[in-house]
Design a protein around this ligand. Structure first.
Ligand SMILES: Cc1cc2nc3c(=O)[nH]c(=O)nc-3n(C[C@H](O)[C@H](O)[C@H](O)COP(=O)(O)O)c2cc1C
Length: 345
C-alpha cells in the first residue's frame, strides 16, 4: 500500500465534504500526485487554446482556484475553477454532498459556496503552468443575475485563459431558466457586449444541463453562434434519477453526477455536435471514469473532456490511466491525433 492508497482510504471514511476539504488542503501544501514524464502526449486545440492533453478537471472540485497548479501537475490537460460568484456565499446547509458508492455517483446541492471574486482572483494570480479557466455564476440573491456574470467576466478578464458561463446548476433556484428563450438571448447579448469592450481575447463557453429537449439544444446552439460564444460544455449534473440507482442516498435532492450520467450526457453532446455543424467547440463532461468513456465523448463531438465525480472513487491517479487508455484506443483505431477522432462516428 502506498501513502496515496492510505490517504485515499482515509478520505473514503470521512464525511464527503470534510474529505474534500482535506484533499484541497493537502494539494495546496504540495502533497499530491505528479504525472509521469512518459505519460502519452495527446495535444489538442480547444477554441484556440493549446492543451497538452484533452482530459480536464471539471469545476466544483476547485471552487476557489486554490489548487489549479497542483491539478495541472497531476496530469490534467486543463483545469476549470469555480463556480465563482461576485460576493462570497455560504451555499446550502450541510449535509449537501452525498457519495453513492455502489453507483459510482455523487449527488450534490452545494449551492455555489465560494469565497467570491476578489479572493478567487488573488488565488488565480498565483503562478501555474497550463490552461486554467474560470467558471462564473450569479449570487443566489442578486437583483440582476445577468449582471453578476458580466461582473465576473470583467473582473477576471486577463487572469483566466477561458471563461464558462454556468447557467446549469440545479442548486440555485431559477438559474436554469437562463438556458432558453428571452433570458438566454439577454444573457448572451450582455456578455457579448461586455466582451467587445475588453482588450485581448479569451474563449467563452456556455455550460448547459443534460436535461434538455432536442429543440432546446438547437435553440441554444443557434444563440451561441449568433452571439459569438466559442463553445458549449455539455454538461452539468442531472435532475433525473435512473431507475437502477442502488445507493441509499439516491432520493437526496440535488444534481446527480458520475457513472450513471455518462449515457445521457453523451447523447446530448451528440445532439449539440449535430446542431453546431462545426461552428462551436464542445467540451464533454458527465460520467467519465475510463479512457473508453473519454474516447466516446470525443467521438460524439467533444474536442476536450472534463471529469470530477469518478475522482472521488478512484483518486487523482485516474487522470493518468485515462490518458494511457485514450492513447491506446486512438492508436488501435488508426487515429493519428485527438482531433482526428473528434466527431468521428
Ligand atoms: C460536488 C460537486 C460540485 C460541483 N460544482 C460545480 C460548480 O460549482 N460549477 C459547475 O459548473 N459544475 C459543478 N459541478 C458539476 C461538474 O463540473 C460536472 O459538470 C458534473 O459533475 C459531471 O461530471 P462528472 O460526472 O465527471 O462529475 C459539480 C459537481 C460536483 C459533484
Amino acid at each position: 500500500m502506498t501513502l496515496h492508497d492510505i490517504a485515499a482510504h482515509a478520505l473514503q471514511v470521512l464525511d464527503p465534504e470534510d474529505a474534500h476539504r482535506a484533499t484541497i488542503r493537502l494539494l495546496a501544501m504540495g502533497i499530491g500526485p505528479r504525472a509521469a514524464a512518459d505519460d502519452p502526449p495527446l495535444p489538442v486545440t480547444l477554441a484556440g487554446l493549446a492543451l497538452p492533453n484533452p482530459v480536464g478537471l471539471a469545476p466544483g472540485f476547485d471552487k476557489n482556484a486554490e489548487v489549479a497548479g497542483a491539478m495541472l501537475a497531476a496530469g490534467f490537460g486543463f483545469v476549470e475553477c469555480g463556480t465563482v460568484t461576485p460576493l462570497p456565499q455560504a451555499g446550502n446547509p450541510r449535509p449537501r454532498l452525498f457519495r453513492l458508492t455502489e453507483d459510482h455517483a455523487v449527488i450534490n446541492r452545494m449551492g455555489f459556496n465560494n469565497v467570491g471574486l476578489e479572493r478567487f482572483a488573488a488565488n488565480l494570480a498565483r503562478p501555474h503552468r497550463g490552461v486554467v479557466g474560470a467558471n462564473i455564476g450569479a449570487n443566489k440573491d442578486a437583483a440582476d443575475r445577468i449582471g453578476d456574470y458580466v461582473t465576473g467576466l470583467k473582473r477576471l478578464w486577463g487572469s483566466a485563459d477561458y471563461f464558462t458561463v454556468n447557467v446549469s446548476s440545479p442548486n440555485t433556484p431559477g438559474l436554469r431558466a437562463l438556458q432558453t428563450g428571452a433570458a438566454l438571448a439577454e444573457l448572451m447579448g450582455r456578455i457579448a457586449e461586455a466582451r467587445a469592450g475588453l482588450a485581448g481575447a479569451a474563449p467563452i463557453f456556455l455550460k448547459v444541463a443534460p436535461d434538455l429537449e432536442e429543440r432546446e439544444v438547437e435553440e441554444i446552439a443557434e444563440a451561441a453562434v449568433q452571439h459569438r460564444f466559442d463553445g458549449i460544455v455539455v454538461g452539468n449534473t442531472t435532475l433525473s434519477r435512473p431507475a437502477d440507482l442502488a445507493s441509499r442516498w439516491r432520493g437526496e435532492a440535488g444534481g446527480l453526477s458520475g457513472t450513471p450520467l455518462m449515457a445521457l450526457s453523451t447523447r446530448v453532446l451528440g445532439q449539440f455536435h449535430a446542431a453546431a455543424r462545426g461552428r462551436l467547440a464542445l467540451i464533454g463532461a458527465g460520467g467519465i471514469g475510463s479512457g473508453a468513456d473519454a474516447y466516446a465523448k470525443l467521438r460524439a463531438g467533444a474536442s476536450a473532456v472534463q471529469l470530477y465525480s469518478n475522482l472521488v472513487f478512484e483518486g487523482p491517479g485516474l487522470v493518468t490511466r485515462i490518458r494511457r487508455e485514450l492513447a491506446a484506443r486512438l492508436k488501435a483505431d488508426g487515429f493519428g491525433s485527438v482531433a482526428d477522432a473528434v466527431g468521428a462516428r
